[in-house]
Design a protein around this ligand. Sequence first.
Ligand code: DC
Length: 293
Amino acid sequence: MSKARPKAKGDRPHRRFAFSNARFQLHKKPVVAPVRPRPIVAIDGPAGAGKSSIARRLAQALEFILVDTGAIYRAVALAALRDGIAWSDAAGLSALTEELVRDQTLVFRPVSTPPPSSRAASRSQVVAEPRPAEGAGGVRVYLREEDVSDAIRTPEIALGASSVSVHPGVRAALLELQRAAGREGGVVLEGRDIGTVVFPDAEVKFFLTAKPEVRARRRFEELAAKGDTSTFDETLADVHRRDAQDTQRAVAPLRRAEGAILVDSSEMTMDEAVTFMFDAVARTLRALSASQT
Ligand code: DC
């Protein structure tokens, strides 16, 4: 992998290309995307590779919306915990997920908007509603009208999300929502199976990873800053356990999608990773546009 070139201050990547709503433009040359008006960028990878922050920054640079699909699985895990449904109970979890999707009681909102009433929620407010990339605080997640955005960000719920995500019924119930969120393009979706299952035809795919020790160190520091008392060794064990669960599950296991660009962020700063990926998106779109003319 080529090393990313550090950017000079003020050299903001999104200034280099203009993306319009109906078409994307490169070097002022209008190009119709192959499958949709604007491209989809898929980012998959293990926990702690910096995916969420990098995806948000990349979406901002591209002026795309961002969909964090992990939050969907986390919210299902929390709902199950509250309803007394074991994370191993395939039938119970499938029924619960189908209910949440059907009743639109799992809702994502940009930070600045008030909590929705589930009864009044429109289709566009349901779980897969993408957040504006520029939303400073990111998305707020509501479960049955309660803001659970912080409650889903615990190590326990992270493992729970990994556990509930092994069940085919849960994945099936959430698939169409994720597709609905990205179908129009102009979106960065991040998760574990975006490039392999949700959008195998995404115009640009990344597999973003880092060494387990580096990922555990980042996660450990993040948790410590929040006052969590987990030790580094416990965090590393969690990383290994989640990796094993996510890569070894029978349905949609975490793996590098065909055609996905490998980004190992172990030795990269966040700026370097974002710049590298932005350049890769621009290169891929240029190649696509050239192949269409
Ligand atoms: O990205 P995250 O840590 O918030 O994801 C939590 C869990 O959700 C992760 O361990 C596996 C699962 N997940 C998934 O199976 N498929 C996705 N597209 C996103 C997340």
